[in-house]
Design a protein. Structure first.
Length: 423
């Protein structure tokens, strides 16, 4: 692989060999079901002794056991390579992916992102940018896994703003002419996964041309890719690469496999790609006092908090739930670029002043309503993030407030399938 001015490159991609059950091989991303170890216990029962990506990653609900688990992960990687369980299925190419869930058939392109064109430093104007603040404390545990790994598997999703559907969709229209690599149902209501090899010179040239047009349409400081999922995984890859670089020659820096991180690219305009809001729940509070405090906070900063059922587009509106009741809260003259931004600024300030309170980030309106039956709990239901606001918000804010959105439900997250050498 060589330096590429478009952020992504074709890659040598590994897949399980013939005879390995793909349904046992593919597991959901490690950062899902973090408070549900029973999910992962059930996966382990389903997999049994079969080869599986479960052996090649550490579910985050077990991060506290990393000292025991990581050596076994690295050994499993070596074993799968030496025994031929993993083989090179694509040479200098891409994999076109169709992921079917209850939301529809979502399309993607598996490739490698050039870490030289990604920067998670606040205010970055790089071609590939994060969408949330990188928490430095979250990187070391992930770096331990990557630094000793022979291969990587990835749940990183890069989003591109391609309203004319010029990159991935034309490939999908020609999928009958591409070699089919896999076609199988995913475990535990994960839907169905199909993948085709994209290695032809003409197809690769079309991808480059389409990306070049997207980039050129953006003028100065183009934002070609935004990290939709796996922000901290990509930051980990970047940090590891920066540590490795000083020991390499200039020529080695151009081609070393650790310079490139495995990812999947998706079009934000894909109809099956759904953005779900992530709600906030406060515990250990007196909801009436919080509302009074929030009102005063807004007033001191030139905002107004009120209950309004028909706010205008310049106001930020969300629903507040406590004592089993719901109310509409509207902030006029908001200091944030998005409702989640405006709310999170207040919650961060409140929590700094009230250490006895705690916050959780919750998927699903019904879950929030159930939790808010308790006297010391209140919830904030955020509106969905409009896809049309996504890239403009990244350009304006740099990064979105943490936990602003989720791309689908947990069972719709990326499953590990492909692998790539990094050593």
């Amino acid at each position: 692989m060589t330096h590429d001015a478009l952020g992504i490159v074709p890659a040598n991609l590994l897949l399980p060999a013939d005879g390995v059950s793909p349904a046992a091989w593919a597991c959901v991303a490690c950062d899902q079901y973090t408070s549900q170890p029973d999910y992962w216990e059930d996966v382990a029962l389903q997999v049994g002794a079969q080869p599986s990506t479960l052996r090649l990653m550490l579910p985050e609900c077990y991060l506290d056991q990393s000292a025991r688990c990581v050596p076994a992960i690295h050994q499993a990687m070596r074993d799968y390579l030496q025994s031929g369980i993993l083989t090179q299925a694509v040479t200098e190419g891409f994999i076109l992916v169709e992921r079917s869930t209850e939301s529809g058939a979502r399309l993607g392109l598996v490739c490698a992102v050039d870490l030289e064109q990604y920067d998670f430093t606040p205010g970055s104007k790089s071609l590939v940018r994060p969408t949330e603040e990188t928490i430095a404390a979250r990187l070391p545990a992930r770096m331990v896994i990557r630094q000793g790994a022979a291969i990587e598997l990835s749940h990183i999703l890069l989003l591109m703003d391609d309203p004319l559907q010029s990159v991935v969709e034309p490939l999908y229209a020609r999928r009958a002419s591409l070699p089919l690599l896999y076609d199988f149902p995913l475990m535990k209501e994960g839907g169905h996964l199909r993948g085709w090899a994209v290695t032809g010179a003409e197809d690769k040239a079309r991808i480059r041309e389409a990306l070049a047009l997207l980039k050129s349409s953006q003028g100065a400081d183009p934002l070609l890719f935004a990290v939709g999922d796996g922000n901290h995984s990509l930051a980990t890859a970047k940090r590891c690469w920066e540590q490795l670089k000083p020991a390499l020659t200039p020529q080695e820096r151009l081609t070393h496999p650790a310079r490139y991180a495995l990812c999947e690219v998706e079009n934000i305009h894909d109809g099956a790609l759904l953005f779900e809001p992530i709600h906030r729940v406060l515990t250990g509070v007196r909801p009436d006092e919080v509302m009074t405090d929030w009102t005063l906070y807004c007033h001191q900063r030139g905002m107004d908090l009120s209950e309004a059922t028909a706010p205008d587009e310049t106001e930020h509106t969300l629903r507040v739930i406590y004592h089993g009741h719901e109310a509409v809260a509207t902030v006029s003259k908001p200091d944030g670029a998005l409702p989640a931004d405006t709310l999170q600024r207040y919650l961060d300030d409140f929590l700094a002043r009230c250490p006895e309170a705690d916050i959780d980030y919750i998927h699903g309106d019904d879950v929030v309503r159930q939790l808010c039956q308790r006297e010391d709990t209140m919830g904030f239901l955020l509106p969905p993030l409009d896809k049309a606001d996504f890239f403009p918000a990244i350009r304006r804010l740099g990064v979105l407030p943490r936990k602003t959105f989720s791309m689908g439900h947990a069972n719709e997250k990326r499953f590990y399938m492909e692998c790539k050498m990094i050593r």
